[in-house]
Design a binder for this molecule. Structure first.
Ligand code: RUG
Length: 834
């Protein structure tokens, strides 16, 4: 720190940041003319975006510095959210809104010759995630900062985020997303770098007190370098930190000898191998592929993060037993589970604690969130891979397992099979480490992400663990979304209209205030304004569709949207089969009758994992159906089918506010929560959905009359599958007609869609498409009917929004804070706000 006598000089020059339009303009021009070395003669929209972002970043970093100083000074317990994915989307708009300076920026930009919308549009999405799991982490960061919790996110700084999706001849083509060309939102911290080890050998020796000391001598070192991203809270000076690690070669020395010998490739080989670790985000959602590089990423990231956390704790010179009073670490899915093992290693091998003392600290520190019951998504790593990559960690896992099995054996002495079932090591060939089991054993709380899901994990995949640890270890925290991004930012006009009836913008901090809208559900004037906003949002989307795809859609038609990762369990195939059914029905109608039908636009969007063949077939079928239906003169505006390429956060911000109806139609019991369902309802759209994930709680809150539910229940799924296996599977006759049409070649070569049809017809229909098809089609007919009465439809939408208070990620974070982390917000005094 600077000595006292010199502090006055510092204070005199301390930066305070702009607070009015002129100040913003001055900063913008300064960045254009100095940082970017441009002038008013060559400042295009991209440069204006860059300069605006730098101006706001400077402003954020002042709050960030103060927040970090405050948190260090008060030294309260902090939360560390470990997530391999943070799907942040764009930062500029969010920063302007959260610090309450968007109007000022709009006026300033306009004075300098730009439209704020065009400037915002220049930003490349930060797409460090696949789907719901990564976006949830981003919403959580927003809430943690907005609620003033001392909290850090830790993740990886992938050089390539999720791939960009192009649609070529109806097929998905993946293109790399190199998003780091220009990223003003990160601060490289080359002074914060940590060497992380891999491979090597484990040594045991006895020290002078006769105690066995184990040490690990890694065979490879890689350097983790910190990049910090400021996370501004809404309407508060709290600006938290997201620390992303980037991998570099541990030794900075270039291999000159090799270079001089002309061995250019090998001279840079070490650097390249090291950089590979943080190079790519694995593009799998709800799927584990067991690749060595992925395990390397996981260890690299958790080891660096823990080193950082432990270093911060040690500065306070508290005794180790106080670690869980100062530190709460949340494992977002099993991806960071190695942190459990790493902390145990640090405590016993490096800090010399006894096993039991260390283990108590570990378990008290960690909480684990499970996001799926799908077997293909539950991570397992082969013992051989562990032995090769992290030999000391494997030993510790074996010890953790041994003590755990001994405990279980004492509890259930006569149940040998129980030991086999719950062992962290699966006795298969090859032997596997079950990461979810390790996460449960190493955490004090395990939570699911919606009520049904949390019940299901307790009664199915983790049933034995409930018997061992008792039900209190397992809890539910239903997911939530940040209303700042998903209403205020995405749908500014609706947000403003709501503010006129909810006594201002307070609902953005306390979403339950939306209940004040209830009484306006029957107010004709209010409904009219509401409907006009929805229409304007649809016009905006229609314009985008026309400009990017050349397809004209009528904004007065019902916009029916399903945007999410493409997955068989999410059943986009059922949706497109339903669209084909609608098409055939329309075609078979007499023209007079046809004209009276409700016009629809079926909108799809979402990425398929590059290796997921069936998901890619679904995309191809959607596009093939689109090219037939959209060009059929008999059909005209009655039905259009659109696949919006490269669905991402910023597209979601445009699509969701334009939806009349959204589809959340997973096979019951498969979608842990779903969070886009909440975004759609909050934006004044209704849902067609199954009794799955958070749909159930949305129904409970908004009312059964305001949602279109259909399909079999989770409790019946197993029996139905069983029946399919034993040949009692008669296909729905309407679905048969759809398959016949596909097989006739109406939508292109039938072989292209053979896998999709066969999965239902011949391979057991695991996702119950046929079982649910009839009620799905019937429910869509009810939607058509309901949509005809626009007054009533809008009133349902208003009522639904009024009842969405529960689904804020603020509620969710407060629940985590109270029931899992035991942390308190750090109240910011008014003088600090100034
Ligand atoms: O599939 C789930 C969603 O249902 C859920 O809403 C989201 C956030 O909790 O997490 C998704 N998820 C689960 N993404 N990956 C997994 C399994 O690793």
């Amino acid at each position: 720190a600077i000595p006292e006598p010199q502090r006055e000089a510092w204070k005199k020059h301390s930066v305070s940041g702009f607070s009015d339009k002129d100040g913003f303009e001055k900063e913008l021009v300064r960045h254009v003319e100095t940082t970017l070395a441009r002038s008013m003669y060559n400042c295009d929209e991209n440069a204006a975006y860059a300069a605006s972002s730098l101006a706001f970043r400077d402003r954020l970093i002042l709050d960030w510095n103060r927040t970090q100083q405050r948190q260090t000074y008060r030294d309260n317990k902090r939360v560390y959210y470990l997530s391999l994915e943070f799907l942040m989307g764009r930062a500029l708009d969010n920063a302007m809104l959260n610090i309450g300076q968007k109007d000022l920026a709009k006026a300033g930009l306009s004075e300098l010759g730009y439209r704020i919308e065009d400037i915002i549009d220049q930003e490349h999405d930060a797409a460090l995630g696949n789907g719901g799991l990564g976006r949830l982490a981003a919403c959580f960061l927003d809430s943690l900062a907005s609620l003033n919790y001392p909290a850090w996110g830790y993740g990886l700084r992938y050089r390539y985020g999720i791939f960009k999706q192009q649609i070529v001849n109806g097929y998905q083509v993946e293109v790399p997303d190199y998003w780091l060309h220009f990223n003003p939102w990160e601060f490289p911290r080359h002074d914060i770098s940590i060497d992380i080890g891999f491979h090597g050998q484990v040594h045991k020796k006895t020290d002078e007190n006769g105690k066995t000391v184990t040490s690990w001598e890694p065979g490879q070192m890689v350097k983790a370098v910190a990049y910090d991203v400021p996370i501004p809270g809404y309407d508060t000076p709290t600006t938290n930190n997201l620390r992303l690690w980037s991998s570099e070669a541990a030794s900075e020395e270039f291999d000159f000898q090799r270079f001089n010998r002309g061995e250019y490739e090998s001279a840079v080989a070490e650097q390249q191998t090291a950089e590979t670790i943080s190079a790519v985000l694995y593009p799998n959602d709800n799927l584990d592929r067991g690749k060595e590089l992925r395990l390397k990423q996981q260890y690299f990231w958790v080891a660096a993060s823990l080193y950082d956390i432990v270093r911060r704790f040690k500065k306070s010179r508290r005794p180790w037993r106080e670690f869980p009073d100062q530190v709460a670490i949340q494992l977002n899915d099993t991806h960071p589970t190695l942190a459990v093992v790493e902390l145990q290693r640090v405590l016993i091998d490096l800090e010399g604690l006894e096993w039991d003392d260390a283990w108590n600290i570990v378990v008290e520190t960690f909480g684990y969130t499970n996001h799926t019951v799908l077997p293909e998504a539950l991570e397992k790593w082969s013992v051989g891979l562990f032995q090769h990559l992290l030999p000391r960690h494997l030993q510790i896992i074996y010890d953790i397992n041994l003590f755990f099995l001994q405990k279980v054996e004492r509890m259930f002495p006569d149940d040998r099979d129980m030991l086999r079932r719950i062992s962290i090591i699966e006795e298969a060939s090859p032997k596997m480490v079950r990461m979810a089991y390790l996460a449960i054993v190493g955490s004090h709380k395990v939570n699911g992400v919606a009520e049904l899901h949390s019940d299901l994990i307790k009664t199915t995949i983790f049933k034995d663990f409930v018997a061992i640890f008792g039900p209190d270890k397992f809890t539910n925290v239903t997911n939530g979304i940040t209303p700042r991004r998903w209403l205020h930012q995405a749908n500014a006009k609706l947000s403003d209209l709501i503010a006129t009836k909810c006594e201002g913008n307070g609902f953005l901090n306390d979403l339950t205030m939306l209940s004040k809208l209830e009484k306006f559900a029957e107010d004709k004037e209010f409904r009219k304004e509401w409907a006009e906003i929805k229409f304007a949002n649809k016009v905006r989307l229609a314009k985008y569709i026309k400009e990017t795809m050349g397809i004209s859609v009528n904004p007065s038609a019902l916009f029916d949207v399903q945007v999410k990762r493409i997955h068989e369990y999410k059943r986009q195939q059922m949706n497109i089969f339903g669209v084909i059914h609608r098409y055939l029905t329309l075609k078979a109608m007499a023209p007079e009758k046809r004209k009276k039908q409700q016009p629809r636009v079926s909108i799809f969007g979402g990425k398929a994992a590059p290796g997921y063949w069936m998901a890619k077939q679904i995309i191809h079928l959607i596009n093939s159906v689109g090219s037939v239906v959209n060009n059929d003169a008999d059909i005209g505006d009655l039905l259009k089918v659109v696949f919006i390429a490269d669905y991402n956060v910023s597209k979601a911000e445009m699509i969701i506010p334009a939806s009349d109806l959204s589809e959340h139609i997973s096979t019951a019991g498969t979608e842990a929560s779903g969070t886009s369902n909440m975004k759609f309802v909050l934006n004044g759209g209704l849902i067609i959905g199954t009794c799955d994930g958070a749909n159930i709680e949305i129904t409970r809150e908004t009312g059964e009359n305001n949602i279109f539910l259909f399909g079999n229940l989770a409790e019946d799924v197993e029996d139905l599958r069983h029946a399919h296996t034993y040949g009692q599977h008669s296909l729905d006759p309407d679905l048969v007609k759809v398959f016949d049409e596909i097989n006739k070649g109406t939508f292109g070569s039938p072989e292209d869609f053979g896998g999709l049809v066969a999965s239902v017809r011949e391979h057991g229909d695991y996702y119950l498409v046929s079982d649910d098809f009839h009620s799905y089609i019937e429910t869509h007919a009810l939607v058509d009917e309901a949509y005809k009465n626009q007054e009533e439809w809008v009133s349902k939408c208003v009522l639904s929004v009024a009842r969405m208070g529960f689904f804020s990620s603020d509620r969710c974070i407060n629940e985590y804070a109270e029931s899992i982390w035991n942390v308190e917000p750090l109240v910011v005094k008014d003088d600090a706000k100034a």
